[in-house]
Design a protein around this ligand. Structure first.
Ligand SMILES: Nc1nc2c(ncn2[C@@H]2O[C@H](COP(=O)(O)OP(=O)(O)O)[C@@H](O)[C@H]2O)c(=O)[nH]1
Ligand SMILES: [Mg+2]
Length: 309
């Protein structure tokens, strides 16, 4: 999907300004579809998606852009009660990002409706000095009556200057939302090379594609306990070899990831290889290893090395 293709050019840059660019911070409960919406707005996969909590650990800057505008979306890690060094860092990051943004996009879930978690976030945003836009997502999962109710409740939150019903999965309404967000950006030079789609290094993106496959296939404490490190990438004649380690905290988690007869690690490897091949556009040999590294989540040095700020 290319959400940009039919945007009128004149609508995107004010008179007398050559380019506009800026940052939009994404807020919303876990699982409302922030990462999916980021990918839809950018028009390519920059953020991994699953229905597990803490899928998004790093504050990715995703870059949507046209000829004369650049909109940088900051997909914030989920707001949670601090429990360990990892969640504490995530919390600090959320506050810092809002401070630097030109606008905030709060995402709600039309399927579930608005609950105490959404109201809590809306309350936090009330103090923000930036314009707030609401996207009511998962329109494809709500009938008309439900949609009308949620849109009304969204308005009653009293924080948004504009509200857009969308389906990030299907692309419905994404173009109108994007045009509005672009209209909020100040004029100014681009922050990123226009060919860039995010600020993630290639190895972090590839590690995330492996982690996404783990998240899709595991439950309970396992998703939260897993991290992935790319140890080596090499290319010969358009064929890639990638060595990656999946880090877990206990032997039992390692057992789960390997699975009986190695079936689980095989399924993770096949899924990840396909996703990486789509990203790199070539044949990939993916060598995966599962390693136990106890308490990596509490180890600031490991977090630094993995790029989790
Ligand atoms: N049906 C439907 N599912 C969606 C939509 N957007 C996201 N999802 C699903 O909702 C789950 C959470 O999405 P994600 O983008 O990771 O949410 P985040 O935690 O807010 O970043 C995933 O299973 C997505 O596939 C949508 O528009 N429609
Ligand atoms: Mg996310």
């Amino acid at each position: 999907m290319d959400p940009m293709s039919s945007l009128p050019k004149g609508a995107l840059s004010g008179p007398g300004h050559s380019t506009r660019s800026g940052f939009i911070a994404l807020a919303g409960r876990p699982n409302v579809g922030k990462s999916t919406l980021t990918n839809a707005l950018v028009g390519s996969k920059v953020a991994i998606v699953s229905d597990k909590p803490q899928t998004t650990r790093r504050a990715i800057r995703a870059v949507a852009g046209g000829d004369d505008w650049q909109l940088i979306l900051v997909d914030l890690p989920g707001v949670q009660r601090p429990r360990d060094a990892l969640t504490e860092r995530m919390q600090r990051r959320v506050e810092a990002e809002l401070d630097e943004a030109d606008g905030c996009l709060m995402v709600l879930n039309a399927e579930q409706g608005i609950g105490p978690g959404d109201r809590f976030i809306a309350q936090l945003l009330k103090g923000a000095r930036v314009p707030i836009v609401i996207a009511v997502n998962k329109l494809d999962r709500a009938n008309q009556a439900k949609t009308v109710t949620v849109l009304k409740e969204a308005e009653e939150l009293g924080v948004a200057e504009a509200i857009f019903p969308v389906s990030a999965r299907k692309g419905t309404g994404v173009e109108a939302l994007l045009a509005h967000l672009v209209s909020l950006l100040p004029s100014g030079p681009f922050y990123f090379d226009p060919r860039q789609r995010s600020d993630q290094s290639e190895s972090v993106l590839l590690a995330e594609l492996v982690r996404e496959q783990v998240l899709i296939r595991t439950r309970e404490e396992v998703p939260h306990a897993v991290e992935v490190e790319i140890e080596d990438i090499s290319e010969t004649d358009g064929r890639f070899r990638i060595d990656a380690a999946i880090l877990v905290e206990t032997d039992s988690q390692k057992g789960i990831l390997i699975g009986s007869g190695g079936r689980m690690i095989k399924a993770i490897g096949t899924g990840a290889r396909r996703a990486i091949e789509r990203e790199l556009g070539g044949h990939v040999h993916l060598a995966l290893q599962v390693r136990v590294r106890r308490h990596w989540r509490a180890d600031e040095r490991v977090l630094d090395r993995l790029g989790i700020e």
